[in-house]
Ligand binder design. Structure first.
Ligand code: C5P
Length: 281
């Protein structure tokens, strides 16, 4: 085997509850995270030097989390190998869909396989966490309850499949900036019924899920970027239950079925630049 190609899946947050803030500025969260069928493609091959190629107008050096993931693994394990990493983007960047985190996790998994390192998930998890709070979830996949800063993961196997439309208004959002804006909101937003939402997700009760979807960071992002509120309105008008994902600016809309998702996606694509019909994984 001289190369290894993996799909790196985007994520959405069915919920995102900000519970508090640590001394180092990171926030304590309670989130239901879900992988979806929107993918980047990550290929690693043995090379003469370490190099990254990445489309989508993104950095080709250590500023790119995919490259940092390899350099970290190499340093931690004292490896001599060099890898050429190719990232083909489909997931919008800085969009609340975890694209960079998914690419980084895919690099760790692909390098582990290509170089026959034999590392187990629990050995990769601390490296993943040092790359970013969402990276450990990306190693795991499926759906999970995420606590701590996002690294304490409880897998949620066996959830029904859901049909979604994901749309992005074509703007990039800075996550630290949104968390800072959230901290200034007084009084803080009400708590989120994560347990109720989990029950509804397990039961496949779409109207109940729709009523319980909640993301505290919407309070900050919608205020700063009213275009995200407009996108949510358009999703509701198209028959979807909408929620912003992560710190935004992407919004996903839950559809009652695949046909409804397709019709809504077609309608939204007439007005919005980046629209994807997806399902949960
Ligand atoms: O960990 P990651 O680099 O993805 O996080 C980006 C930024 O988002 C952090 O620098 C921090 O400002 C904010 N963040 C946070 N609490 C979390 C996750 C991220 O405050 N649990």
């Amino acid at each position: 085997m001289s190369s290894c190609t993996l799909l790196a899946a985007a994520k959405i947050n069915w919920s995102l509850d900000v519970l508090g803030r640590r001394a180092d500025g990171y926030h304590l969260l309670k989130m239901i995270m879900q992988r979806i069928s929107l993918f980047d493609t990550v290929t690693v091959s043995i090379g003469a030097v370490d190099a990254l190629s990445c489309d989508g107008n993104l950095p080709q050096d250590e500023r790119n989390l995919a490259f940092r993931a390899w350099l970290l693994l190499k340093k931690e394990l004292g490896l001599k190998d060099c890898l050429q990493i190719k990232v083909e983007k489909q997931i919008p960047a800085a969009a609340g869909l975890g694209g960079g985190s998914a690419d980084a996790a895919a690099v760790l998994l692909a390098a582990n396989r290509l170089l026959k390192l034999g590392l187990k998930g629990e050995e990769l998890a601390p490296l993943a966490l040092s790359l970013g709070a969402d990276v450990p979830f990306c190693l795991l996949g499926g759906a999970a309850l995420a606590e701590g800063i996002g690294e304490i993961l409880t897998p949620l196997p066996g959830l029904p499949a859901y049909h979604l439309v994901v749309a992005n208004p074509g703007i990039g959002v800075s996550t630290p900036e949104i968390f800072r804006a959230f901290d200034a909101i007084q009084p803080p937003p009400p708590p989120i019924d994560t347990e109720g939402l989990l029950k509804a997700l397990k039961a496949g009760d779409i109207p109940a899920i729709g009523g319980l979807l909640a993301n505290h960071l919407e309070w900050a992002t919608l205020k700063k970027y009213p275009v995200v509120a407009k996108l949510k309105e358009d999703m509701s008008a198209a028959g979807l239950y909408p929620l912003m994902s992560g710190s935004g600016a992407s919004v996903f809309g839950l559809a009652v079925g695949a046909e409804e998702a397709e019709a809504a996606a077609e309608r939204l694509a007439a007005a919005w630049p980046l629209v994807y019909q997806v399902h949960t994984l």
